[in-house]
Design a binder for this molecule. Sequence first.
Ligand SMILES: N[C@@H](CCC(=O)N[C@@H](CS)C(=O)NCC(=O)O)C(=O)O
Length: 192
Amino acid sequence: MKLIGSTTSPFARRIRIWALKNNADIQFENLDIFSPADRQVMINNNPARKIPILVDNQHTITDSNTIIRYLLNKNKLPSLSWQHENLLTTINACNDSLVEVLLCQRSGFDTHSDKLFFNLQNERIVETLSYLNNHLTDNEFNSCEYLSISLYCLLDWIYFRELIDLTPFNKLIEFHQAYNLQEVAKQTDPRI
Ligand SMILES: N[C@@H](CCC(=O)N[C@@H](CS)C(=O)NCC(=O)O)C(=O)O
């Protein structure tokens, strides 16, 4: 199996960490999705032009959510419960909004200006982080390895891209600090 992604993508990193923790034999192909040659590799494998993409013989699976479902199924591991799916949706919503904000910043927009699009993203980011901060110690959260992985990848990417101040979310900060000590975190650090 091959995972097409980039070292900086928080969505690709989820799958890389899951693979390391579960001894799944997945080769990693690191792309610069904005360079013409690498972009063509992404386009050839995903009409939506996003990473990550998993290639497993005749199957090409796109989107980290579908990829993890595929991997859990292939490895005969339990799928995520509906509660887990809801928490994952919350993490995804935050991460997706932050990707939009970053792309807007790179396009020269002032993402703190009082505009509907930015207000909606900024509101969603704060509210989802606040919700996750309050529910981090719930059983639903702790009983799912993939949720911890996904949350860690989101938080570490926020630090890496210096996107927002996490100071109000003390439980998220503690969680990030603890997870950072894990070998899998070091092995997939986007800064290296
Ligand atoms: N829902 C997707 C989101 C993937 C995503 O947003 N990937 C980013 C990189 S972190 C991307 O490919 N962005 C390219 C673009 O938006 O044009 C998933 O879970 O895989």
